[in-house]
Each structure stands twice: as structure tokens, then as C-alpha cells.
Design a protein around this ligand. Structure first.
Ligand SMILES: *Cc1c(COP(=O)(O)O)cnc(C)c1O
Length: 236
């Protein structure tokens, strides 16, 4: 196993560059996009991965993201992956590359508005609630259905949003079968809505899989993974 093989290096280095290269090689071969999740990690640690060629980073908190964005190279593609409050959209709208965690129509409307103000189109993923835990955000199956069904008839245009696909997080459990079932459900929904269009949408991205389950997620059809602790070490 990769992880145990590099366990001692993981302790010596802040960023595991050997493991990064291995994972990056594997994902490139499988045509899966790697988003390095850098929440709670320093600008210095991000730069270490950046210098190895990583350009896409995921952050969960608005304040942390804007501070890092100011300090770090401008060709970094910042993905927002945490729960986003309406009143904070304006701070990230000028530069965010992909908002992966759109979990309500309300937030979609606000992103559209702020994107318009910045004269840009913001790429988004709809977050789907596939886990058992109540604490995870996202549309459930019915809400997703409703969003796609009503959009053709109501007057919400979303001219400044491009919906690129879906994102989901599996339950926090050791039960691999359960995780697999949740990934299968998300893939099924992705395939179902791939042919639907909300204005400007291009359904091409299925973001599922993290440090502990990304290999399984890829087997179930993921083409974007969000990996944090495996690359940066545990968060404290
Ligand atoms: C923190 C986080 C990740 C990364 O988790 P790791 O287990 O550290 O890889 C991925 N996706 C989301 C939405 C997260 O909040």
C-alpha cells in the first residue's frame, strides 16, 4: 500500500512530495483532476505543492481563502468546497475558479448576482447530500429534481453561472460497502442530469473522493478528487 510504504517520509516532511508525485501520476493516467485541499495549511505548505506543479487548491473557509489568495501566486485556481453563506459570496466572487459546494437555490441566486457584478461567469458544482449524517450539506434527490424541473419554467436565468456537475461527500465510516453505495447513487444522479441544462450548464465534472476513499470513488466514476491530509499531513 502506498500509505504505509511512505509512512516514515510523511513524518519527516511537511508536504509529502513523493506521495504527491505518485498520486498525481496515477490521476493523470486515469484522467482525474486533483484538487489539493489546503484548509488549515500555511501559505508555505501550499507553495511547496505549487512548486511541484499543483495549481488547483480547495479551501473551506472564506476568510482563510481570501488571505491566501492575496499572498499566493495569481495563477492558482481556487476551489471553494465548504459551506458558503450568502453574505460572503461577494468576497470570493472576483477570483474563485470553481464553487463546488452550492447547496441551495438561494446561494445559486446570490452567486449569479455577484458574478454579474464582477462581469464574469462563475463555474459551480451542485453539492448533493449522499451521506447519512445530518450535518453534511447539500441538495437531496427531490430538491435536485425540483431545481432542474422548475428552471425551465420560472424566470431565474442564472446568466452568470455555469453548472459543471455534482459534488458529494460519503459518510464518515469504515463501512466500505456503504461508502460505495453512496458513490453509486451520486454517479447515478450525475448520469441522470448530464443531459439536462440549466442555462449555460455543461455537466462534465463529478467531484467525489477524499484521502480515505478517492480510489473507490474513481472506480465508481469520479473525475475530480479532493485530497487534503494524504498530501499535507493531518490537520490540527
Ligand atoms: C476537508 C475536505 C476534503 C479533504 O479531506 P481529506 O480527508 O483531508 O482528504 C475534501 N472535501 C471536502 C468537502 C472537505 O471539507
Amino acid at each position: 500500500m502506498l500509505i504505509s510504504q511512505f509512512e516514515n517520509l510523511k513524518i519527516e516532511l511537511p508536504v509529502n512530495s513523493i506521495l504527491y508525485k505518485k498520486i498525481n501520476e496515477e490521476l493523470t493516467r486515469k484522467k482525474v483532476t486533483l484538487v489539493a485541499v489546503s484548509k488549515k495549511k500555511s501559505a508555505q505548505e501550499i507553495i511547496e505543492l505549487y512548486n511541484l506543479g499543483q495549481k488547483k487548491f480547495g479551501e473551506n473557509y472564506v476568510q482563510e481563502l481570501i488571505e491566501k489568495q492575496e499572498q499566493l501566486p495569481k495563477d492558482i485556481h481556487w476551489h471553494f468546497i465548504g459551506h458558503l453563506q450568502s453574505n460572503k459570496v461577494k468576497y470570493i466572487a472576483p477570483f474563485v475558479s470553481l464553487i463546488q459546494s452550492v447547496d441551495s437555490k438561494k446561494i445559486l441566486i446570490e452567486i449569479d448576482k455577484q458574478a454579474k457584478k464582477n462581469n464574469r461567469i462563475i463555474d459551480c458544482l451542485l453539492q448533493v447530500h449522499i451521506a447519512e449524517e445530518e450535518t453534511k450539506f447539500g441538495f437531496d434527490e427531490n430538491e435536485l429534481q425540483e431545481l432542474f424541473a422548475t428552471n425551465s419554467t420560472d424566470n431565474t436565468n442564472f446568466e452568470n453561472i455555469c453548472i459543471k456537475g455534482l459534488m458529494g461527500m460519503a459518510s464518515f465510516t469504515h463501512d466500505r460497502e456503504k461508502i460505495k453505495k453512496e458513490f453509486l447513487l451520486l454517479k447515478k444522479l450525475f448520469d441522470k442530469y448530464a443531459s439536462f441544462t440549466i442555462r449555460n450548464s455543461q455537466f462534465t465534472t463529478l467531484s467525489m473522493g477524499m484521502s480515505s476513499d478517492y480510489e473507490m470513488a474513481i472506480e465508481e466514476g469520479s473525475n475530480m478528487v479532493r485530497i487534503g491530509s494524504l498530501l499535507f499531513g493531518e490537520r490540527h
